[in-house]
Structures are given as structure tokens and as C-alpha cells.
Design a protein around this ligand. Structure first.
Ligand SMILES: *[C@@H]1O[C@H](CO)[C@@H](O)[C@H](O)[C@H]1NC(C)=O
Ligand SMILES: *[C@@H]1O[C@H](CO)[C@@H](O)[C@H](O)[C@H]1NC(C)=O
Ligand SMILES: *[C@@H]1O[C@H](CO)[C@@H](O)[C@H](O)[C@H]1NC(C)=O
Ligand SMILES: *[C@@H]1O[C@H](CO)[C@@H](O)[C@H](O)[C@H]1NC(C)=O
Ligand SMILES: *[C@@H]1O[C@H](CO)[C@@H](O)[C@H](O)[C@H]1NC(C)=O
Length: 671
């Protein structure tokens, strides 16, 4: 399957020329690199400062969160989208073309005041008979209320997520987890006070008298705290990695929760089978919940009202009323990102790539696939020769198998003309929702923000549920505002989000020399792919096999010792917070080494290492956001300087003396 390098090289060249010809804004790429550089700073003392000394973000970019290169890309994407949405003509708003739908939603989000009745009426349609609305507490059906919330995407007594099955790479299944309690917070009196006041405002808006609203709000907070007490105190809420269970088994363990009825309600209109439904569930929490609910069934006023208010709270009713216009814009864009990611992503590609965006996009995807293949082949050469395995052929083969099995998932651009239903065999019932029009499965939107939110959420939840019964997962999430690639240990795959496809990493400007263009591509996207690839072979990665299963003891002690002897360098004095950041530091240096060797192999004598190193450093211009608490990465300057200090080629290229800071004697290298 793999072509020899010479042919690959030719193929890449041709593809590159194709992509770039359509994008040339023809500013020379050297100029572009030099814009951010500060030549006054000595490259051998602090290369990050040398490469990034003149980097800056404008005020409008900073307002949208720009503090380093990546967040600046995101800010630019946001600015571009906001401008386009605000410029599109409102006279065409009744049209249902995708762009118009986006603009219609955005306008309604910015302009119309929200009303709580829209949400309580919508939830009342579940048939739950909320005592607060009916003045009758005998017929309340919490199962329907709880399910009704989920059909709009909101959490109720639990969060129901659709996630990859960590035991089986291509399958999506349901996860049942405790709610997040984001508004309540944890042991935070101020939060609690604000939340209680918020609930009271919602109750007043529903027509309750002040005194009754205040009392009820207090009880609702108490109730939510009793839900929260069902969680263990110390652990952060992460996905529980327990074995998936069948719905039937769970139903037997937790009869009081009526899970089968719950799923029958939310999965209406979808072809599914209760005997084969799989769930990963936090059973301890659910058992506690079962006990708690039993105490409340006699007088359901509190729990029913709590559920009722979860919907307006989920849609952040009144939470943004006092925001500045700039925050409101960002909030409305965030809603679009959540509810119409496919359409927003296509608009973004249109803005970045122009009208023939689909062809350019497809070509870029091919180009990425070639790059990935070449990096893999280079890494395989390394695994074939590394001393880490010495004469242990079995382990060497295991590592090679894992590398070969690793997949790259790129996002798929949503086709404007077809339904987004991922499984063509389960047709959505066209009568189930009269507002659902054919185009991209999106409901027709109008000027009412509440209605738009509710309709979009309904159809999105349905889409999400269908993924559980749909085809295998073959593309990465279409998130248009995410630019971070990641490696999934338990699936042995790398995923690139859609936002990344719109960044200069992929949509590069052409350089005057082909080798420079390749240098930028290799030090940008190549380094990112290689970084993720190396995570499969860092301290965590080596515990997992080719299909992402915990491979207990597959690597013999001797190989692990040889690995650790080399990896120990990354725990040395050059690294602050070394134990916390060791895997990232391994992936950074070993990844750049891999990207560099692949680049040199492709470009031969034409390779321009200076461009390569500057382009690499400029991935990390700016500083880490001050709010990030416990980061698993070192700060940008340390990161860049330590990585380059590990490359003998760097010292040679910039002629750094052996004693200089950027050319330390103890160079780290595992692979
Ligand atoms: C409305 O849309 C039609 C076709 O989509 C286009 O020809 C027309 O120029 C648009 N009108 C405005 C005011 O943008
Ligand atoms: C808009 O919706 C109507 C039906 O409501 C449909 O016939 C038409 O093809 C749609 N137009 C687009 C551009 O999707
Ligand atoms: C609820 O019922 C009580 C008495 O049963 C009555 O006084 C009150 O007005 C009713 N409230 C509503 C909103 O119907
Ligand atoms: C690595 O070694 C295996 C087994 O000897 C061989 O089949 C494979 O082609 C080698 N890979 C590379 C990239 O040379
Ligand atoms: C090391 O980690 C601590 C938090 O654990 C952080 O406050 C500190 O800034 C980090 N030091 C560096 C140099 O990154």
C-alpha cells in the first residue's frame, strides 16, 4: 500500500501546488514569518523571544480571548464569522439556505428577549403534569419530565451523554452520569446565594408571589445540594470508565428509575432495540438517586419544580441580559457552534477558502493523509532500529503493529444538500416534527430566539441519539471553533477538529521556494501530527496496545527500563514541574524530531532548517492563558526553547556555541 518515497514526494508536490495556487495572497512567506520575529534577540539565548518577540494580538482579538497563536486563530475565526453573520441581509431571512439559517438564528439571539413561558410550555408538552403549572400534585410523572429535559439536550436528574465506547473504537454508546451542578457550584456560599436568587427570579417570572418564590427557591437549592451529596467529595467529575452494561441489567438493578420508560420516551421515532442498548453508568450515584427520589414521591412539589427550572437554566435564560454587546455576540456564536456546528463549519470554510471551498478542502484532506502516512513510515523506520527494544523482536513488532493500526480522523464537511442523519437506514419520521424541513435536517428558523433554541436543540438531540444506532464513527467532530488536535489513547487514533482546517497551519501561503513551503507545513501541521503520534509511545501510551486496550505487561521490564533510562532526561533540571509535564515534553521533542527527519527525507539538500525552526517556534508565540490552573504543558517559552535545545541540528543551523543556553549538553532523545 505504501508508495516509495520518491513517488510520495512527487505526489505531495503536485497536491501542494494545487492547494496553494488557489490561495495565494502572494505575500512572501518569509516576510510573514519575520513579522513576528525580533531580530534584536539572540537566537542562541532565547529562541522563543527571537521568533516571537514582535508577535501581538489586537484589542478586538484579545476581547475574544487571544493570548497566544492558537487562541488568536480562534479569535480570528470568530471575528470573521461574526462579521459575515452581521453583514448578511435580513431581507432574505425567510429563505432557508444554510447561511441564512445561521444569520436568522444569530439575529434572533442578539435581538429578542427570552421568555420563561416558552421553556415551561415546551417541557409541559412532555405530559409530565408539573404541579406548579397544573395546581395538582397527584399526577406528576417525573420520568416524563426527566426525559423531556433530555430531548432538549438539558440534564435532569442525570446527564445522558453520547460518547465513544472506550471498549470498542467505532461504537458510540450512552453514558449516564451525575448532573454537573454548574450554577450551584460546590461548597461555595456566594455561588449558592446567586443561584438561589436566580431561581427566585425565574419563579417570579412564572407569576409566584415574592414570599413563596423565595421560600421555594431556598428549598430547590437544598434539594439540589442533596443530589450533589450523592457524589463522592474529592474526585473531579470525569467519565467513569466502567464496563458497559445492558439496559436490561441496569433496569433490574435500579427498578425505581424506570430506565426502560425513560429511553422509550427519548428515543421515540428511532428504530432501536432495548435488548441491545449499552450504557456506561455511574451506578453508585444512580442508587443514591433512587433512594432520594423515593423520599420525594409523596410531595413532588420540590422535585417537579426543580426539573421544570432546569430547562430555562440550561438555555441560560436571563443570564446574559446584562452582558456587553461583545459578550452577547460571543454567546450567540457559541450557541451556533453548539447547535449548528455543521452549517457553521461550512460557512467558515466558505469564508476562508472561497466559493470553491469543497474542492480545496478535499485536496487539503488528501494532503494531510499523505503527510500522516510519511510521518508514520518515518516513525516505523525508527521503531525498526531503536535500541529500546534491543533484540526483543516481539515487543518491536507490537510497537510497529500499534503504529500501523493508528488512524487519523479528519472532519467531514457537511454536505449542504443532504440530511445530516448519519445512518441512512433509520429514516427520521417526517411527521414527528412539522418544523423539520429537509435541508440539512434543520428546522425552519424564525425571529423568536426561544423557539429557535428549542427547535434546534430537539433536532440536535435526535441526531445525537441516532449516532448510537448509526454507522461506525469515521470522521472527527465538526467543531468549527476548536483548533486542538488530540490523540485518543483508548481508540489509538488522532482526531483533527474542523477549526484546525481553517487555520494557517493548513491553509498556508505559498513561499517562493517549495522547500520553505514544506518547511512550514512540516513544522506546523507535521509537528502537530507527530506530537500526537508520539503520545501513543509516551509513559501512558506504552501501556496500551494497537486497539487501545490496556496491554498489561506486554512490554517486558527490560524494554521499559531502557525506555525510562532515556525518558529520564525529560525529568532533568531544564524542565520545571517536570513530572506533571513529562508526557507533553516527550511528545514535543520526539514529535519535532520525527517531523524534522520526515521533512529532511522529503526535501533532501533543499531543506531549509532555519525556516523550519522559526515556523515551529511560532506555533507557540504569546503566553499561556493566566487562568489555566494546573497545566500539563510547560509555558510556551520554556516549551519551545527546551525542544529546540534537544536538536543538534538547531545548534548547527544557528551556530550556537556549546555553552549557550539554546545548545545544552544534555540533549534528550528516546526514539
Ligand atoms: C436574496 O436572495 C436572492 C437569491 O438567494 C438574491 O438573488 C438576492 O440578491 C438576495 N437579496 C438581498 C437583498 O440580498
Ligand atoms: C426551503 O424549504 C422548502 C420547503 O419548506 C423547500 O421546498 C426548499 O427546497 C428549501 N430551500 C432550500 C434552499 O433548502
Ligand atoms: C390552586 O388551587 C388553590 C386551592 O386549591 C387556589 O386557591 C389557587 O388559586 C389555585 N391556583 C391556580 C394557579 O390555579
Ligand atoms: C520495518 O521492519 C519490518 C520487518 O523487518 C519491515 O517489513 C518494514 O518494511 C520495515 N519498515 C520500514 C519503514 O522500513
Ligand atoms: C508549576 O506548577 C505550579 C502549579 O502546580 C504553577 O503554579 C507554576 O507556575 C508552575 N511553574 C512553571 C514554571 O510552570
Amino acid at each position: 500500500m505504501m508508495a516509495p518515497f520518491s513517488i510520495t514526494w512527487l505526489g505531495v508536490e503536485m497536491i501542494l501546488v494545487l492547494v496553494l495556487l488557489q490561495l495565494v495572497a502572494s505575500q512572501d512567506c518569509q516576510l510573514q514569518l519575520e513579522n513576528d520575529m525580533d531580530a534584536e534577540e539572540k537566537p542562541c539565548v532565547n529562541f522563543h523571544q527571537h521568533a516571537c518577540g514582535n508577535w501581538y494580538a489586537s484589542t478586538s482579538q484579545r476581547t475574544l480571548g487571544a493570548h497566544d497563536m492558537r487562541s488568536k486563530w480562534v479569535a480570528n475565526l470568530k471575528l470573521q464569522l461574526i462579521r459575515s453573520l452581521e453583514d448578511s441581509s435580513p431581507t432574505n431571512s425567510t429563505s432557508n439556505s444554510s447561511t441564512n439559517q445561521l444569520a436568522t438564528f444569530y439575529r434572533s439571539c442578539l435581538s429578542s428577549g427570552q421568555s420563561i413561558r416558552s421553556y415551561t410550555d415546551a417541557l409541559a408538552q412532555s405530559g409530565a403534569n408539573f404541579p406548579l403549572l397544573t395546581n395538582n400534585s397527584d399526577t406528576f410523572d417525573w420520568v416524563l419530565a426527566n426525559a423531556g429535559l433530555r430531548t432538549y439536550g438539558a440534564q435532569g436528574f442525570w446527564r445522558l451523554l453520547v460518547q465513544d465506547n472506550w471498549q470498542s473504537a467505532d461504537q458510540r454508546i450512552f453514558y449516564m452520569l451525575p448532573p454537573k451542578f454548574e450554577l450551584l457550584g460546590r461548597d461555595d456560599e456566594l455561588n449558592e446565594f446567586l443561584y438561589q436568587r436566580y431561581l427566585k427570579i425565574l419563579l417570579l417570572e412564572l407569576g409566584l408571589r415574592v414570599r413563596r418564590a423565595a421560600l421555594l427557591a431556598e428549598k430547590l437549592v437544598e434539594f439540589e445540594k442533596s443530589l450533589q451529596k450523592l457524589l463522592p467529595n474529592d474526585v473531579e467529575q470525569t467519565l467513569v470508565l466502567r464496563k458497559p452494561e445492558s439496559l436490561q441489567d441496569l433496569e433490574q438493578q435500579l427498578p425505581g428509575l424506570q430506565l426502560k420508560r425513560y429511553f422509550e420516551t427519548i428515543l421515540q421515532g428511532i428504530d432501536w432495540d432495548s435488548t441491545s442498548l449499552l450504557l456506561v453508568a455511574d451506578v453508585e450515584y444512580l442508587q443514591g438517586l433512587q433512594r432520594l427520589l423515593a423520599e420525594h414521591t409523596l410531595d413532588p412539589t420540590i422535585m417537579s419544580t426543580w426539573l421544570l427550572l432546569q430547562l430555562p437554566a440550561y438555555f441560560e435564560l436571563r443570564l446574559h441580559d446584562d452582558d456587553k454587546l461583545s459578550s452577547q455576540r460571543e454567546h450567540c456564536l457559541e450557541q451556533l457552534r453548539k447547535l449548528m456546528p455543521g452549517q457553521l463549519g461550512r460557512l467558515q470554510m466558505q469564508l476562508v477558502l472561497g466559493e470553491s471551498y469543497q474542492d480545496v478542502y478535499d485536496t487539503a484532506i488528501q494532503q494531510i493523509a499523505v503527510l500522516f502516512r510519511d510521518l508514520k513510515q518515518q516513525f516505523e523506520l525508527v521503531l525498526n532500529e531503536t535500541e529500546v527494544f534491543h533484540d526483543d523482536l516481539v515487543t518491536r513488532n507490537l510497537a510497529r503493529d500499534k503504529l500501523r493500526a493508528m488512524r487519523l480522523l479528519t472532519p467531514r464537511l457537511q454536505d449542504p444538500n443532504t440530511n445530516t442523519n448519519p445512518n441512512p437506514n433509520t429514516n427520521p419520521n417526517p411527521n414527528s416534527n412539522p418544523n423539520l424541513n429537509g435541508a440539512a435536517g434543520t428546522p425552519l428558523l424564525g425571529g423568536n430566539c426561544d423557539e429557535n433554541l428549542l427547535q434546534l436543540s430537539l433536532s440536535q438531540a435526535k441526531l445525537e441519539f441516532r449516532q448510537v444506532f448509526g454507522e461506525p464513527v469515521t470522521s472527527a467532530p465538526a467543531d468549527p471553533l476548536s483548533v486542538n488536535a488530540y490523540y485518543r489513547l483508548k481508540l489509538n487514533r488522532i482526531e483533527l477538529p474542523l477549526g484546525l482546517m481553517a487555520t494557517p497551519l493548513i491553509q498556508q501561503q505559498q513561499c517562493s521556494s517549495q522547500a520553505d513551503t514544506m518547511a512550514k507545513l512540516s513544522a506546523g501541521l507535521g509537528y502537530i501530527l507527530a506530537h500526537e503520534m508520539v503520545h501513543a509511545f509516551d509513559y501512558d501510551g506504552l501501556n496500551y496496545d494497537a486497539i487501545g486496550q490496556l496491554a498489561n505487561g506486554q512490554w517486558p521490564a527490560r524494554a521499559i527500563i531502557r525506555f525510562s533510562l532515556r525518558a529520564g532526561c525529560y525529568l532533568g533540571v531544564r524542565y520545571s514541574n517536570a513530572t506533571l509535564t513529562v508526557n507533553e515534553n516527550i511528545a514535543d521533542t520526539e514529535g519535532l524530531r520525527l517531523a524534522l527527519d520526515t521533512y529532511r527525507r522529503r526535501s533532501g539538500d533543499a531543506a531549509n532548517l532555519r525556516t523550519f525552526f522559526v515556523a515551529f517556534a511560532q506555533n507557540w508565540c504569546g503566553t499561556v492563558a493566566s487562568t489555566t490552573g494546573l497545566s500539563r504543558h510547560a509555558g510556551h517559552a520554556e516549551r519551545v526553547n527546551n525542544v529546540l535545545g534537544n536538536m543538534p541540528e538547531f545548534g548547527d543551523t544557528f551556530q550556537c556555541q556549546a555553552s549557550s543556553r539554546m545548545n545544552p549538553i544534555d540533549k534528550c532523545r528516546i526514539w
